[in-house]
Design a protein around this ligand. Structure first.
Ligand SMILES: Nc1ncnc2c1ncn2[C@@H]1O[C@H](COP(=O)(O)OP(=O)(O)OP(=O)(O)O)[C@@H](O)[C@H]1O
Length: 650
């Protein structure tokens, strides 16, 4: 008898079941009537619910009020079973639960000091796996011990939706690794302290308030902790593609990167005058959103902490001065408006705009006239030897201004990451490392743009990794331990990956092509997608919204708006901007724009989409690499848990 038939036979009057519920997702019920496929069940609230057999899922009455610490102990590993178990544990402050090798954590949104302290670390260090309650320290410990025993590098993957607690978890992992592998007391500042102390700095420039998280990391992070004889000997932070569109475009209730508000709130009176600062709502890049202050964040105090973090990382006073001058320049750039002069040519004409143009040029220590020219004109190659100057219209000049602001900011962020790595120091003699990958989870909002597209691509790649490694490994483990387990046909997502990144006709390839063609628009790009993929079962094009298209991801359908895909995908520095800033009298600014990069022709640009494709591959490769050559320790986090669910019940 097949499992469905067996279930049908077992589902009789009095059977305990879960039925769907609008408020609670699932609710406990008991079958009171069965008529073929139709099931009537009475919920714990006494309501009668009519449903189909497929939607009345069996309920395990033996699960205690406190739940089970490993999901594989559940008789029924389905959505309501998993959610109910996690909820039961969460109510008792048990935020961690295993599912085989994977640790699932539910964000407590409150400090639980009894869980995170040196005493607890010692407990996990001395314990055998499985002796103690599930804990993130246990995952970190397993990685450390496996590294020591096998002398092979390990990788810990922390994934989940925005606000799930990935960054906090990464910090806890590092704290634990510092505890077991830190240098003895008496050393100067240790590597692990340096890594942890670099957090506030990267957070000031790479984190922002979003709808879901007041301190959301807008970049992916891979922290490599290098070991020598079991002691931490070096570290490196690799970051993945900062969300640069945030620099020039935000909407209520989100904010731009913290550093802007910190500077405006925390700069001394003298500095504020020198940098010509005003309140946040006087700057276009900040006042597009009504959200300026965040209750829990004291920007003025954070500014001091950022300066301290810069001192710790070894950023000199001159460099700090240049960094904040550059940040001020970005704000001033955003306030330059263009008027259409005769024949549609743009010009900087109002007094206010002229003031900000001069301020931006002063801050960047570049020529004001050249800056204006680089914003309002573009040099185009006419022949191999000749070029013509094209005068931009108002909207083109505005786009050009925003592109410059984003480029400056992204370069500044990369500089900071480099500086952090230099200051921490790498150990050339280290043979093994533990890598912690903190990567954005699957995102699906009301309006999804290019950022969600890239994030979801990365998650498709991680899912593929799970499918091929963890999922199959788990099933083999269950079989070995003779756990009663029906092999599940997990959804292979290779067709979604093909849709997105196959050459020459995947979405990214078509997007890159659209970026190179001068007359492309969001609509023409979306139309091209519709024409190319009209038969693809993972793709659909919206009939009425001309720039909307939907991808059927492994974790659900997401409707994307192609409106800004082209602009956001372009990642080349406009040669005029390059030349202008390379010539800056400020060594810091000039250093952000080395000459050789200007030589890259726009036609050879490396699109953001392609970088994501590559980076996604690199991140997965890290995991795969360690999975093949070492052991893979997976740690997953989510609030809604749909992400994990996809691994097990599809
Ligand atoms: N273990 C924890 N204990 C207490 N609070 C926590 C814990 N984990 C997360 N939080 C709370 O949740 C907030 C969001 O967590 P965090 O910034 O780590 O999420 P994230 O998954 O990294 O989000 P994003 O992808 O947006 O960066 C934290 O600022 C903190 O207030």
């Amino acid at each position: 008898m097949g499992s469905e038939e067996a279930r049908s036979a077992a589902l009789g009057i009095g059977s305990p079941v879960w039925v769907e519920d609008v408020e609670n997702a699932w609710i406990e019920a008991t079958v009171v009537k069965r008529d073929g496929d139709a099931v009537t069940a009475r919920t714990v609230h006494g309501d009668l619910v009519e449903t189909r057999m497929a939607n009345a899922l069996p309920r395990d009455e033996d699960v205690t009020m406190r739940g089970v610490d490993d999901m594989t102990k559940l008789s029924y590993l389905h959505e309501p079973g998993v959610l109910h178990n996690l909820y039961a544990r969460y109510k008792h402050d048990e935020i961690y639960t295993y599912t085989g090798n994977i640790l699932i954590a539910v964000n407590p949104f409150t400090r639980l000091p009894h869980l995170f302290n040196t005493y607890m670390m010692k407990q996990y260090q001395d314990a055998q796996p499985g002796d103690l309650n599930p804990h993130v320290y246990s995952v970190a410990d397993a990685a450390y011990k496996a590294m020591m025993e096998e002398m092979k590098s390990q990788s810990i993957l922390v994934s989940g939706e925005s606000g799930a607690g990935k960054t906090e978890t990464t910090k806890q992992i590092m704290q634990y690794l510092a505890f077991v592998g830190g240098r003895t007391v008496g050393d100067n500042r240790s590597v692990e302290q340096q890594v942890l102390q670099s957090n506030p700095l990267l957070e000031a420039f790479g984190n922002a308030k979003t709808v879901r998280n007041n301190n959301s990391s807008r970049f992916g992070k891979f922290v490599e902790i290098q070991f020598n004889n079991g002691k931490i000997s070096g570290a490196a932070v690799r970051t993945y593609l900062l969300e640069r569109s945030r620099v020039t475009q935000i909407s209520t209730p989100e904010r731009n990167y913290h550093c802007f508000y910190q500077l405006v709130a925390g700069a001394s009176h003298e500095d504020a005058e020198r940098l010509k600062l005003g309140p946040p709502d006087s700057f276009h890049y900040l006042n597009q959103s009504k959200c300026v202050e965040v209750g829990a964040i004291d920007d003025c105090k954070e500014y001091q902490l950022t300066r301290e973090a810069m001192d710790i990382v070894g950023i000199t006073t001159e460099e700090q001065e240049a960094i904040f001058r550059t940040i001020a320049a970005v704000l001033h750039l955003g306030n330059i408006e263009f008027n259409s002069g005769e024949s549609e040519a743009s010009e900087v004409s109002t007094e206010k705009s002229k003031f900000h143009l001069k301020a931006a040029a002063d801050m960047l220590m570049c020529d004001e006239e050249m800056l204006e020219k680089s914003l309002t004109t573009r040099i185009m190659k006419a022949t191999r030897t000749e070029s013509i100057t094209k005068i931009l219209n108002k909207s083109q000049a505005t786009d050009n201004r925003d592109a410059l602001a984003r480029t400056i900011y992204a370069k500044l962020f990369d500089w900071l990451v480099n500086k952090v790595n230099k200051s921490i120091g790498q150990d050339p003699h280290s043979t093994v490392l533990i890598g912690v990958l903190d990567i954005y989870g699957f995102e699906s909002f009301e309006i999804n743009s290019f950022e969600q597209f890239c994030i979801n691509l990365t998650n498709e790649k991680l899912q593929q990794h799970f499918n091929t490694h963890v999922f199959k490994m788990e099933q083999a483990e269950y079989r070995k331990e003779e756990i009663n387990w029906d092999d599940i046909d997990f959804v292979d997502n290779i067709d979604v990956l093909d849709l997105i990144e196959k050459r020459p006709l995947g979405i990214i390839a078509l997007l890159d092509e659209a970026c190179m063609l001068p007359r492309s628009t969001a609509e023409s790009f979306a139309r091209k997608l519709g024409d190319t993929f009209h038969n693809h079962k993972r793709f659909s094009k919206h009939k009425f919204k001309r720039t909307a298209f939907t991808i059927d991801h492994y974790a659900g359908q997401v409707e994307y708006r192609a409106d800004l895909f082209l602009e956001k995908n372009k990642d080349f520095v406009v040669p005029e901007h390059q030349q202008l800033l390379h010539a800056s009298k400020c060594a810091f600014v000039s250093g952000l724009f080395p000459l050789d990069e200007g030589a890259k022709a726009p036609s050879k640009f490396m699109s953001i989409g392609s970088q994501f494709k590559r980076n996604g591959w690199i991140s997965t490769e890290h995991c795969v690499m360690y999975a093949l050559h070492g052991r893979f320790t997976a740690l997953s986090m989510s609030r809604s848990l749909t992400f994990y669910f996809a691994f097990f019940v599809v």
